[in-house]
Design a protein around this ligand. Structure first.
Ligand SMILES: C[S@@+](CC[C@H](N)C(=O)[O-])C[C@H]1O[C@@H](n2cnc3c(N)ncnc32)[C@H](O)[C@@H]1O
Length: 236
């Protein structure tokens, strides 16, 4: 799917988003973003504003999204500046923001590396960019198709066999539609010029009733296998 097709898909389903979003997951990433957010904050891929609601308590927020219909939902909730643009092309000048936040959006992009470069450019020196992504480790839970892709990709024998018969079983998955490994996100931050890169695991068990337990587990080695990650870096 191209960025334009992703936009059309979100435009169509904008009215359903709040009913389908995982509330506990969403509130946990919003909490980390809010801790990091200050000053002039740009939110990219803001969706219907579930994270934005927390950010507005931390600074002056501009919420943006590629989908006009998703943005309209924010407009109903909050009286803040809204901007429609593609996360690969920011319409702002150098140093315009103190913080950039983007929840669950980078894996929809054709070229996520561009997002990090753009973010680096529009941040002021010392500014922070934070993104969240579901952990690619758990992709296989999403669909049998991605389970199959992961299985083939993880076995050199199966990969060779698929290549040998020219089987196009899903190379499209390179678009990382289902999330990134933490390592890849850190690499993209680094390549764009960010330093001081840090991560916070969010959610081991996707149940709000287990919130306290989750928070303890996330501090242990199990943090590595959390369902989501928030990763951030500083423009040094
Ligand atoms: C899964 S929603 C996440 C919404 C919100 N940030 C959250 O954390 O709940 C992904 C959002 O990214 C937006 N998006 C997808 N591709 C984009 C792009 N190329 N540029 C900007 N926004 C994009 C979608 O329209 C959608 O609102």
């Amino acid at each position: 799917m191209s960025n334009k097709e992703v936009m059309q898909a979100f435009d169509k389903t904008a009215g359903l988003y709040d009913r389908t979003v995982h509330r506990y997951f969403s509130s946990r990433r919003a909490e980390v973003f809010a801790e990091l957010g200050k000053g002039r904050i740009l939110e990219v891929g803001a969706g219907t504003g579930t994270v934005t609601e927390k950010l507005v308590k931390r600074g002056k927020v501009v919420a943006s999204d590629i989908s006009f219909n998703m943005l309209k939902n924010i407009g109903k909730r909050l009286k803040i500046p809204l901007a429609q643009f593609d996360a690969e092309h920011f319409p702002f000048k150098k140093g315009a923001f103190d913080t950039i936040v983007s929840g669950e959006t980078i894996y929809y992009l054709d070229n996520p590396e561009r997002f990090f470069k753009e973010a680096f450019y529009v941040l002021r020196k010392g500014g922070v960019c934070a993104v969240s992504s579901t952990n690619r480790l758990w992709d296989f839970l999403n669909t049998p198709r991605s389970w199959m892709i992961n299985l083939i990709n993880s076995s050199s024998l199966l990969s060779k066999a698929a290549k040998a018969v020219n089987w196009d079983y899903g190379w499209a998955d390179e678009k990382q539609f289902y999330g990134f490994y933490e390592k890849k996100i850190k690499q993209m931050f680094k390549q764009a010029g960010f330093s001081d890169i840090k991560t916070k695991p969010v959610v081991i068990f996707p149940f709000s009733k287990l919130d306290r337990f989750n928070r303890e587990l996330e501090k242990t080695f199990l943090g590595k296998v959390s369902l989501g990650k928030v990763v951030w870096g500083r423009k040094g």
